[in-house]
Design a protein around this ligand. Structure first.
Ligand code: PLP
Length: 398
């Protein structure tokens, strides 16, 4: 009999975390590795947020918090949703969790029974399909490519729907492509959902503030489906708080209560100190986010120009987040100096790590093998050097 459960044996390791780990291992041997594999801002948490955490410690916010989060934090989230997104929620509809990652996992475990279908446009964030596997649901993928800016059409959505469809989940701005759905594009998808009242929509809005085209558009703004939308958001990307582990959902009361129940039997409320800091982050506004966004905008330009100089690489200009997802399939079938063939995007990412000393992530982990993901949450100098190394390493394949 196997020691480990079928559930854990069927789970894949997170590819982004794996590449980051491999990069760290090489770096520990003294090799200079530039990491473009991680999905986190290279900025520090703003001082006013850090100070709020210190104050929380001094004020002894060190005990268990309510399972769905402190009421003051949930109220700050309600206020944010009203002022920034013009969305009306009550605090009973907000559940705070240990990062948006736990929020996503909670929602899937709350809604999905074995065999239920979850529709996911590709490429998608690596954990989506694995979370569905854990819930014994079935992922149904809708493929997109660079020519459609990695966005699905209403026709594609309609075609993917079956009587077993329970949930549609997507991120906009998207990890790994940076694509952003406009209000008109969302409205066209909503028209499809209106015809299928049993499908819930999980809208991952964690990159909301890193949007270079326009103001953020949430699919929850459409009243006809709002009750079926579960917004997932958090503090990791907007406030450079990845290590604090603070995320949340906004959903109808039944789903929120179910998430509260699930969390009460698994992790309880997330870190009390992080929650107190989160209140201040939301109450004091977006100044620090705007500074970060400006830097990302400059780097996006930089990386776009450098990628366009690499023969065999095709890229678009992403509208948000801090990733590029260039097409690299022209390198498949080529060989490195030792005669090893590049068969897929993971091989190429490994080659770039071992030969170019740049950590990226193969697109196959995001559901689209013809691409790799580069994060540009790194300094301008690192990006210039990383792109030089990538160009040189790719030029050596024959
Ligand atoms: N959703 C997407 C699309 C992400 O890229 C990430 C983190 O990389 C998360 C959710 C999880 O964020 P958190 O740090 O809040 O768990």
């Amino acid at each position: 009999m196997s020691t480990l459960s079928k559930r854990i044996n069927s789970l894949s390791e997170s590819a982004t975390l794996k590449m980051t780990k491999l990069g760290r291992e090489l770096a520990s041997k003294g090799i200079n590795i530039i990491s473009l594999s991680v999905g986190e801002p290279d900025f520090n948490t703003p001082d006013h947020v850090k100070n709020a955490a210190k104050k929380a410690l001094d004020e002894n916010y060190t005990r268990y918090s309510p399972v769905p989060g402190y009421p003051e934090l949930r109220q700050a989230i309600v206020n944010k949703l009203k002022t920034e997104n013009n969305l009306d929620y009550d605090i009973s509809q907000i559940v705070v969790s240990t990062g948006a990652k736990q929020s996503l996992s909670n929602v899937i475990l709350t809604l999905i029974d074995p065999e239920d279908e979850v529709i996911i446009p590709t490429p998608y964030w690596v954990s989506y399909s694995e979370m569905v596997n854990l819930a014994e649901g079935k992922s149904v993928f809708i493929d997109t490519d660079i020519d459609s800016n990695f966005k699905i059409t209403p026709e594609q959505l309609e075609d993917a729907i079956t009587p077993k469809s329970k949930l549609f989940m997507f991120s906009s701005p998207c990890n790994p492509t940076g694509s952003v759905y406009s209000k008109e594009e969302l409205a066209a998808l909503v028209a499809v959902f209106e015809k299928h009242p049993n499908i819930y929509i999980l809208s991952d809005e964690i990159y909301e503030h890193i949007n270079f085209v326009d103001k953020h558009e949430s699919i929850a703004q459409f009243d006809s489906i709002k009750d079926r939308v579960i917004i997932v958001n958090g503090f990791s990307k907007a406030f450079a708080m990845t290590g604090w582990r603070l995320g949340y959902i906004a959903a109808n009361k039944e789903i929120a209560a179910a998430n509260d129940k699930l969390q009460g039997q698994t992790t309880s409320g997330t870190c009390s100190i992080a929650q107190r800091a989160g209140i201040v982050a939301y109450e004091q506004g977006l100044e620090s986010v705007l500074v970060m966004k400006e830097a990302f905008l400059r780097r996006r330009e930089l990386v776009y120009n450098l990628l366009n100089e690499i023969p065999g690489v095709k890229t678009n200009l992403p509208d948000g987040a801090f990733y590029f997802f260039p097409e690299i399939s022209s390198f498949f079938g080529k060989k490195d100096a030792e005669g090893n063939e590049i068969k897929d995007s993971s091989d190429l990412a490994l080659y770039l790590l071992n030969v170019g000393h740049v950590a990226t992530v193969g697109g196959d982990s995001f559901g689209n093998n013809n691409y790799i993901r580069l994060s540009y949450a790194a300094s301008d100098e690192s990006l210039v050097e990383a792109l030089r190394r990538i160009k040189e390493a790719l030029g050596k394949l024959s």
